[in-house]
Design a binder for this molecule. Structure first.
Ligand code: ATP
Length: 326
């Protein structure tokens, strides 16, 4: 069966790492047909729209989407794109690899981030000169969906430790509901879990990441804690992610467009290639996904490495090395 894959490189290093991931997928030759769409700053400057309708349609009508990064227009691109694919869960694994000089070499944590509401609901206003407000939306339905997804993910992927992150002692209504709903889900299935205040959790993750497995988070907390974990394992060039919906999904690196290194050909393609591995898993190509992860792991261990990991290799050197191992 042929799968149609939408490819949306976007801005900055998205233009460099997305083709690298497509090359890796092509080297494996599953039955994929790639359809490219434009999004981001450059297309906005040209057409006035950061996410043209054509691109939305390509993502909506594909079996999965590979997305690179968006720059200034990120909120106008990735938030609606996540909506187009109906994504409610953002899966962000932070894993340390052998051979890298990571701050915490014993890290294997998957952040399961609520992806539709919280402080990213987009309800902001200036109510008076110099006074702004933001509405934080938390619903029982979305909290239940993300908790169920998180506990299912832990069970399916062999993680014994599940932690629910919250700040219910201060945000009593919103995180109170998030926590209470997640606890009801856990108790309903007799699953073991812990809860943690998200600020204290940030400290514990830095000091003892080996104590954590799956961490279920409200939207903003998941965004921040996963970037923090990126720092523990070797940087943003290593973290992939999946935006999962009930019928469609979008895969993207956790990093952004990295304007400081864009155009230099030195971006680390690992996060994007590992995102492609998550896409393979999602479409039922588990063996191929494992082969990609093993190839990336081998290259991270033995080189070549891009400058963010202390090497002097280019994006294409690393991509070719991954493909050679495949
Ligand atoms: P944006 O606003 O698009 O999110 P940003 O620069 O604020 O862009 P990132 O793009 O995530 O945020 O980059 C943060 C830092 O991490 C930058 O110094 C960037 O060079 C580095 N970085 C991010 N991704 C990579 C990568 N794939 N390879 C090497 N360095 C990276």
């Amino acid at each position: 069966m042929t799968h149609q894959i939408a490819v949306i490189p976007g801005d900055g290093i998205g233009q460099e790492v997305t083709p690298a991931a497509v090359d890796v997928l092509e080297a494996l030759s599953p039955d994929f047909e790639f359809v490219e769409g434009d999004a981001g700053d450059a297309v906005k400057a040209e057409t006035g729209e950061a996410l043209p309708q054509d691109t939305r349609d390509i993502a909506a009508n594909s079996d999965a989407t590979l997305f690179g990064a968006a720059g200034e227009t990120a909120a106008d691109v990735i938030l609606p794109l996540r909506d187009v694919v109906g994504s409610f869960a953002n899966v962000r694994p932070a894993v340390s690899y052998p051979g890298l000089d990571a701050v915490q070499p014993d890290t294997d944590i998957v952040f399961i981030r609520e992806n539709t509401e919280g402080v990213y609901s987009g309800i902001e206003s200036e109510i008076a000169d110099g006074v702004t407000t933001l509405t934080r939306v938390v619903t029982e339905d979305a909290s239940r969906d993300i908790a169920e997804f998180g506990f299912d993910y832990a069970a399916a992927n062999g993680y014994d430790d599940v932690t629910v992150a919250h700040k219910a002692n201060v945000m009593r209504e919103t995180d109170g509901l998030f926590l209470e709903t997640a606890e009801a889900v856990a108790e309903g299935r007799d699953a073991a879990y812990d809860t943690a205040l998200m600020d204290a959790l940030a400290m514990h993750l830095v000091m003892h990441p080996e104590e954590y497995g799956v961490v279920i988070c409200p939207n903003l907390a998941g965004d921040m804690l996963s970037d923090l974990a990126a720092g523990l394992v070797g940087g943003l060039g290593l973290l992939p992610s999946a935006n999962v919906g009930s019928e469609n999904a979008l895969f993207e690196p956790v990093h952004g467009s990295a304007p400081d290194i864009a155009g230099k050909g030195i971006a680390n393609p690992s996060a994007m290639i590992l995102s492609a591995a998550m896409l393979l898993d999602h479409l039922g190509y588990g063996d191929e996904a494992d082969r990609v992860r093993a190839a990336v792991e081998g290259v991270l261990d033995e080189g070549p490495r891009t400058p963010d990991l202390g090497g002097d290799a280019t994006t294409s050197d690393v991509t070719e090395a991954v493909i050679d191992r495949l």
